[in-house]
Design a binder for this molecule. Structure first.
Ligand SMILES: *Cc1c(COP(=O)(O)O)cnc(C)c1O
Length: 376
């Protein structure tokens, strides 16, 4: 059994994927081929945003957004304490200071904690609060209605890190459309993944879209060899775009629905045994991960070991909250709000095998083994 079975996905879509790659080989436009533009249009249409700009990976996508807003030294950017490192790394990379915010029982940014962090930074007066990066962790959109109230009240930009969130919804509105700028990643294991690295930036603001398009190509002006600002080299190559066009179709046609059926099946069978993931009323998750909570670290590590002995893979996302990462401890980064829940979750969380091609038999066996551990 695999944690995320990409081979099954390939088997099911092999003919189309092979043909799409062969087309690129025949056409020879490896960078900037027509497939890239077609994909950008489809992604914008799917998410309901005006523009989509593809780039090299999900980390660059976040970085481009911060560069677009000219965020740098002296600025504070609020990020959840419980997420993949990239979310905070890009803030530090541009010279700004990440301010960590605690998470709620959906594993996403806690709105009350955000409010407290913003107000404390304002009161202190040392840093200029500029933006919030909210993460759609494990596939569920963050609480954008709640977060928007805070960003509006304090004049902050909102950046949606939808690296794990592509396909999620709030009241029918698609993820990657909730930020002033939103981003995603096409790393192979994400809800919509390619066969290498890839990413995208989404926005309704045409001025920013033009700036982002320049920043991702060496700060280009009207032509390729006309450079009007310092940018970077961040492109999605044509083969990845061609692969994503096939995978996006499968994602829309059946994968998103299938993965929600798998999640429902897990939740039904694990009810009362362990704490199953909470999806809020009106929210839809794209289930980048299906994560359960145990009572404490000992029980979590014990279950992971127990499952491994039965050849069932499981993963700890994430073993440390960001404020406990060595680099930030060394910097002596200041804390502006309690980060207790993020710390507790990182000790108790365990992610189970999850993907649209998981069989019902596999889910039943995983749940039976968990049942055996919990009862035993
Ligand atoms: C994967 C991920 C990223 C980075 O995406 P890459 O394509 O690997 O650079 C950023 N944020 C979150 C929450 C992620 O899960």
């Amino acid at each position: 059994m695999l944690f995320r079975d990409l081979q099954k996905q390939y088997d099911r879509n092999r003919e189309q994927i092979d043909a799409a790659i062969q087309d690129v080989l025949n056409e020879g436009m490896f960078i900037g081929g027509n497939q890239v533009r077609v994909l950008e249009n489809r992604l914008a249409e799917y998410t309901g945003t005006k523009t989509c700009i593809t780039c090299a990976n999900g980390t660059d996508a976040l970085l481009l957004a911060l560069m677009c807003w000219n965020i740098g030294p002296g600025d504070a950017v609020f990020v959840p304490d419980f997420t993949f490192f990239s979310t905070a790394e890009v803030v530090s990379f541009v010279g700004a200071v990440p301010v960590f915010v605690d998470v709620d029982d959906t594993f996403n940014m806690d709105v009350a904690s955000l409010q407290e962090a913003v107000e404390t930074v304002e009161k202190e007066g040392r840093l200029t609060p500029r933006a919030v990066i909210a993460v759609d962790l494990f596939g569920q959109p963050a609480d954008y209605p709640g977060i928007r109230r805070i960003t509006d009240e304090h004049g902050l930009k909102l950046l949606e890190d939808g690296a794990q969130g592509f396909g999620g919804e709030i009241d029918g509105r698609k993820a990657c459309s909730f930020g002033d700028i939103s981003t995603t990643s096409f790393f192979p294991a994400k809800p919509l993944g390619c066969y290498g690295d890839g990413g995208a930036v989404f926005t309704d603001n045409e001025e920013w879209a033009a700036l982002l398009s320049s920043l991702k190509v060496h700060g280009k002006g009207s032509g390729k060899y006309d450079n009007i600002r310092i940018g970077m080299n961040s492109r999605l190559d044509t083969i990845q775009a061609a692969i994503l066009l096939v995978k996006l179709e499968a994602f829309c046609k059946y994968e998103l629905e299938a993965v929600n059926e798998k999640a429902a099946s897990y939740t039904e069978q694990l009810k009362g045994q362990v704490k199953t993931p909470l999806v809020k009323e009106g929210f839809l998750s794209s289930w980048a991960q299906y994560s359960i909570l145990l009572e404490n670290q000992e029980r979590r590590d014990g279950l992971k070991q127990y499952l491994a002995e039965k050849t069932i893979p499981s993963m700890v996302y994430y073993p440390k909250p960001l404020h406990e990462q060595e680099v930030y401890k060394k910097q002596g980064l200041k804390q502006y709000t309690s980060l207790e829940d993020a710390a507790s979750i990182s000790q108790r969380i365990l992610s189970l095998p999850m993907h649209p091609y998981l069989c019902d038999d596999e889910i039943s066996r995983i749940c039976m083994e968990i049942y055996g551990y919990v009862e035993g």
